[in-house]
Design a protein around this ligand. Structure first.
Ligand SMILES: CC(=O)Nc1ccn([C@@H]2O[C@H](CO)[C@@H](O)[C@H]2O)c(=O)n1
Length: 108
């Protein structure tokens, strides 16, 4: 088993920037490749499209979630309906069942 390097950066699609900055979106759901965020650490956040830095987030928790177990509470924390959230995830991670809920808070 190799020790994963603690990630210090995270990217989001630019369309989610305002929801993150206003505190309406407090989780993100990622795949296996992005499961190594560590609670208590801080990440620099930039847009996926052009790498523009826009905030720092403190990681609060990283919990496994099956795609089929996503519920209205996850959707609420994404500021979406569950139908929208599932469509978004299906788009980014097609056919992936094993996902991770990353809870974060904005660092002032
Ligand atoms: C840019 C990049 O590397 N990856 C991702 C992966 C996910 N997300 C968002 O997290 C939530 C659940 O997946 C939804 O709101 C997604 O749109 C994102 O913005 N960027």
């Amino acid at each position: 088993m190799t020790t994963p390097i603690i990630p210090t950066e995270m990217t989001f699609f630019a369309r989610f920037e305002s929801d993150i900055l206003s505190g309406k979106k407090t989780i993100t759901i990622r795949d296996e490749a992005e499961r190594h965020y560590v609670p208590g650490t801080t990440v620099d956040v930039s847009t996926y499209e052009d790498g523009r830095w826009f905030c720092r987030l403190e990681i609060l928790s990283v919990e496994p979630i099956a795609f089929s177990d996503l519920n209205d509470f996850h959707a609420q924390q994404e500021n979406m309906t569950l139908t929208e959230l599932k469509a978004v995830i299906n788009d980014i991670y097609p056919g992936i069942e094993k996902l991770y809920v990353v809870n974060y808070t904005l660092v002032k």
